[in-house]
Design a protein around this ligand. Structure first.
Ligand SMILES: [Zn+2]
Length: 261
């Protein structure tokens, strides 16, 4: 686990989540002037308790309810005794412990139930102001946090990488395109991603993800007009099956991407 201060106001915690050594994924947490952005997975909880206790944290702000962003939420609420903000529509889901499929349990672990606080429209810190922006697509109630004066975007799972070839069953790539279209209008310098760390040239990177999706959307529409079924389009555009698709039994697949774009 790495914990470092990248400037006077931002501390970064980076570690890997997963109980099998060959099957792990990165998690990045950010503490911005007292605001913890996202709460990692339950599988990293024991590693991050002490580092979190060492920091001055006034609240936690969760980009979306998925288990790799809320794993420490119950512990934070009960031990640090601070508000844990989630989108209003996800408060009920937060109140129930997750019951994950095996492949997600191995990597992230089940999240405990917690009493969430309703997400405000803006989070003010001593030095900054984080605008809460609705960013549906990866999840219907996903939000991002935008610090306008510095051009920082705390993006949760909205960016991750330029190219995305699989989507979860409840993702909606059509919505993701609309979200990216709005975000590229902003002056975003740095992206703080929950899985791939800090990216400079944020605006250009979001644009290139948007272009990637628009290109697929075009191809899907053309093949639809030719009369191909979604499964055939999927095979044509994504001939290689991704490891995640196999492990997840199709819950995470290119077909979901094709279906919702
Ligand atoms: Zn997610």
């Amino acid at each position: 686990m790495i914990k470092k201060k990248i400037n006077e106001y931002i501390t970064v915690i980076n570690t890997k989540s997963g109980s099998l050594p060959f099957y792990r994924l990165d998690i990045w947490l950010y503490i911005v002037d007292g605001v913890l952005i996202d709460a990692g997975s339950n599988n990293i909880l024991n590693k991050i308790k002490f580092p979190l206790q060492q920091e001055k944290i006034d609240c936690a702000a969760i980009t979306h309810i998925h288990e790799d962003h809320t794993g420490a939420a119950a512990w934070i609420k009960n031990n640090l005794k601070i508000p844990v903000y989630v989108a209003v529509n996800s408060i009920d889901e937060a109140a129930t412990k997750t019951n994950l499929p095996f492949y997600r349990k191995v990597v992230w672990g089940n999240r405990e139930a917690f009493v969430a606080n309703p997400m405000p429209s803006r989070i003010e810190t001593k030095n900054f102001s984080l605008d809460v922006i609705a960013a549906p697509g990866h999840h219907k109630d996903h939000v991002v946090f935008y610090e306008k004066s510095n051009g920082w975007l705390f993006s949760g799972d909205v960016y991750v990488s330029r190219k995305q070839k699989v989507a979860l069953t409840d993702e909606n790539i059509g919505d993701a395109i609309k979200t990216l279209n709005r975000l590229v209008q902003l002056d975003i310098g740095k992206i703080f991603c929950a899985h791939t760390g800090i990216h400079i040239g944020g605006k250009e990177k979001l644009q290139s993800k948007l272009d990637f999706f628009l290109n697929i959307q075009n191809q899907v529409n053309t093949l639809k007009k030719e009369g191909l079924a979604l499964k055939e389009i999927d095979k044509r555009l994504f001939p290689k099956k991704n490891l995640w698709t196999i492990c997840s039994g199709g819950e995470w697949s290119s077909l979901n991407l094709v279906r919702t774009i």
